[in-house]
Write a protein that binds this ligand. Sequence first.
Ligand code: ZN
Length: 332
Amino acid sequence: MALTRVSLSCSARLLPSPLLQSLLRPFSSSTSPLRSSRRRSSPIAAAFSQASQSPHAVREGQVTEAPMPSSTRPWKPTCLYYTQGKCTMMNDAMHLEKFSHNLMMDLPVNALAADKVKPQKLDYLLILDLEGKVEILEFPVVMIDAQSMGFIDSFHRFVRPTVMNEQRITEYIEGKYGKFGVDRVWNDTAIPFKEVLQEFEDWIGNHNLWKKEQGGSLKSAAFVTCGNWDLKTKVPEQCKVSNIKLPTYFMEWINLKDIYLNFYSRRATGMTTMMRQLQMPTVGSHHLGIDDSKNIARVVQRMLADGAMMQITAKRQSATGDVKFLFKDRIM
Ligand SMILES: [Zn+2]
């Protein structure tokens, strides 16, 4: 049984109020000393970064409507310190007002829909949507129960490139995350891929999905990706760059596009196409990995409720490294 812990631990520290006052002062981000700092920030620096941004400046992605049954709850951007277990402002009412600290609210389950789910072979689905073309910049995973469709937990880390020089990283991050207003939280929190995987292994270990001593693939669980790129191409490439042996839990996965094609008998080349065809609104910022993972998780919930079976679509042979695809009809 996996733990049904909802969220990552988050140090809820109360800042002394004069300090808090000074932290909340408006200032220009371009003059912030934090901007050029590449070290992981202190909890206070993290609080500073988040508190200093207006909600509009923080996440100006393609916000549409919230997936709530009730229209009373306004959509809020998720606190990206919180998703990484690094929010220090859990006692700050203003901060809580501006940012969501509950991923479950973005993935509500309708009990009637959950009743329609067919018996699944897998217990848990780990929806993964990497960001970063040159090197991985973000590693977001949303875990849902395959049978009840309920949100169980998430694992989210921003990833600091291994071989790219500082100037290139700065340009890359400003270009990619600046438009969402989350380049500062990226700079405050990003850690190397090797450390991300160590923390991820602790996380899957805590959920009893994998044990380092035993190796092998995930137990009663599988990654779900939108396409084969994440696990066929990008993770092995990043492992080479980071000088890591490809972990055994990355050897098989579910390509949602193939499940979608075989279940609905229609092609969808990406997440937004699926959502358009299913008449589901996208939520959050497209190409912010944690938001895309939540949107893909919502597509998975919908497909489960429609009667789809989630099963492995690709396996990598450990001897040769070749990937074998298990479905005849698939998106090329
Ligand atoms: Zn927070």
